[in-house]
Design a binder for this molecule. Structure first.
Ligand code: MSP
Length: 517
């Protein structure tokens, strides 16, 4: 495993307020960043997020709001930043594509590529384009991939377009990318997505990528350094945020960054809808710029949150606000739900009933109850002082629970261990499930042991060991949930982390689902 860890979210389009889908990627990235900070130390982890502020979508939204694009993005970006604060997202940096450091890098990257040749041909060349374009997706589609003039991705009507544009010679890198993927199977995860991209590359010919838009059609973008009449295609601009935020090209055009190299693992977390851009365009752009792909680099694509049959998205008008959910259930219950309910990588169905079920079951009944009853017993039997058992031999159910703690610890650690291995599987849900199995065992142990009988029968050594075990379980739980639910972890630690307990308010007061009569 590399010594350093650089994790990113996609940079979000600030054409509308953030919704649950956006918060999902950020919460997942935050959890990994927090996890890796525990493993590698804080200074060896860099967590980047940001905003994608150029392009047609933004220009259109700004026009509709009667604002200039810059005024518009300045307004919306505040909502994203404030949401991340409210969700305890611990990003180290936030890049906006309208910032100087970014536009400078994009311009430089284009100058470098423009001066280069591949197979004796210019890497970037102008050409008249006649074809089909999806404005909402900002994507050109080759005739071979379209049916009935409908966008293969978003299913909206395509526009016929005829104009001069600049193209990046993506096609020249197809064999290189196939070979790279063959040699780096963990570059795209989960495995199903790797297979999808790999077979796409094996069965289709890559077409060159159109990297410009005429200013007469789109004003809002970074000017192309070698044409007065064009701005840069928003995806070409956006992908470069991953390097513009953490480094610079030097005078000789060599990219330098403390977070890019073989000593640093790079993980780009994205949704499955933007896999092609990240798994095809991005590695080719880097390679063309002579930026070596780090030895450990993974693009992990998660699934979608659906509302019934549809993806939750602004264009479908079915979005749920994360702020509303947090107001209703609290930050940690929301974070827990998103990461626990659906295995990372698969689609999930969003509903408040499902949140309430997790809240009342896993959080109030299981975790809340274990903490409450343990604190109550420490108070009742030991005047609030956590008992010390000295050199105790754990046997029977106690031993089983201690072993389970070790196992849960290793499942939790598997998040990072797997990140380093070829498996590269990020499975938040399994890690949480394993911790909750332990909580369930501890609760069952209380019910079966009946501590009040131990007290009545004056079995003081057994009672001490019993309570000490529960305290240890809770301390372990606080430690292992900290990347997922930072403030709950803190609260458990405050109540039971020291020798003297400090009983606080219940962690998750039950939500009454019965309607008032
Ligand atoms: N701006 C581009 C990303 C550029 S990265 C160099 C973009 N932005 S987005 O705002 O449309 O989407 C950002 C992320 O949110 C994507 O990873 C997308 O998959 C995710 N989600 C948007 N809706 C979603 C759901 N309903 N469910 C889960 N995630 C989804 O794409």
């Amino acid at each position: 495993m590399a010594d350093k860890f650089y994790i990113t979210t996609p940079i979000y389009y600030v054409n509308a307020s953030p919704h649950i889908g956006h918060s999902y990627t950020s919460i997942a990235a935050d959890t990994l960043a927090r996890y890796m900070r525990k493993t590698l130390q804080k200074e060896n982890v860099w967590f980047l997020t940001g905003s994608d502020e150029h392009g047609q979508k933004i220009q259109k939204a700004a026009d509709e709001a009667g604002l200039s694009p810059q005024e518009f993005v300045d307004k919306i970006v505040v909502q994203f930043k404030s949401l991340w604060g409210k969700l305890d997202i611990s990003n180290d940096d936030f890049i906006r594509t309208t910032e100087n450091r970014h536009t400078r890098t994009v311009t430089r990257a284009l100058e470098i590529l423009y001066a280069k040749k591949i197979n004796g041909l210019p890497m970037i060349y102008p050409e008249k384009y006649d074809g089909w374009y999806c404005t909402p997706c900002e994507t050109f589609w080759p005739q071979s991939q379209i049916i009935d003039q409908i966008c293969p991705d978003c299913k909206r009507p395509l526009e016929k377009i005829s104009e001069i544009n600049y193209f990046f010679r993506l096609s020249a890198y197809q064999d290189w990318l196939i070979k790279y993927l063959e040699e780096n199977i963990s570059f795209i995860r989960p495995e199903s997505r790797y297979n999808e991209v790999f077979s796409f590359l094996k069965n289709n010919k890559l077409t060159d990528l159109c990297i410009s838009r005429p200013k007469e059609r789109l004003r809002w973008g970074i000017p192309l350094p070698f044409s007065q009449e064009h701005v840069v295609y928003v995806w070409f601009d956006a992908l470069l945020n991953y390097i513009s935020a953490v480094g610079e090209f030097d005078q000789q055009g060599v990219y330098r960054s403390p977070w890019w190299g073989d000593d640093c693992k790079v993980v780009h977390l994205i949704g499955k809808d933007i896999i092609r851009h990240h798994a095809v365009y991005w590695p080719i752009m880097l390679h063309a710029l002579d930026i070596k792909l780090p030895k450990e680099m993974t693009i992990f694509a998660h699934g979608w949150w659906m509302m019934g049959q549809d993806k939750m998205s602004k264009s479908r008008g079915n979005v749920v606000s994360p702020l509303e959910m947090v107001g209703q259930y609290g930050i940690d219950a929301y974070r827990y739900f998103l990461l626990r309910d659906v295995p990372f990588g698969l689609d999930g169905n969003f509903s408040e009933e499902a949140i309430i079920k997790r809240y009342n079951g896993d959080l109030a009944n299981d975790l809340g109850n274990l903490l409450y009853r343990t604190l109550t017993m420490v108070e009742k039997y030991y005047q609030g002082v956590v008992p010390d058992v000295g050199a105790h031999t754990w046997s029977g159910q106690e031993k089983i629970i201690r072993e389970k703690m070790e196992k849960a610890g290793s499942v939790n650690a598997a998040i990072s261990v797997n990140l380093a291995s070829a498996g590269n599987n990020i499975n938040f849900s399994a890690a949480l499930e394993s911790i909750w199995e332990l909580i369930g065992m501890a609760n069952k142990y209380v019910e079966e042991t009946k501590p009040w009988n131990l007290a009545k029968e004056n079995k003081s050594a057994e009672l001490k060991a019993f309570i000490r075990l529960l305290v240890d379980v809770l301390r372990f739980v606080a430690e292992s949930i900290s990347p997922f639910m930072p403030s709950t972890s803190e609260s458990i630690r405050k109540q039971i982390g020291e020798d003297k307990i400090i009983k606080g308010n219940p962690l998750f007061p039950r939500i009454d689902t019965k309607k008032p009569a």
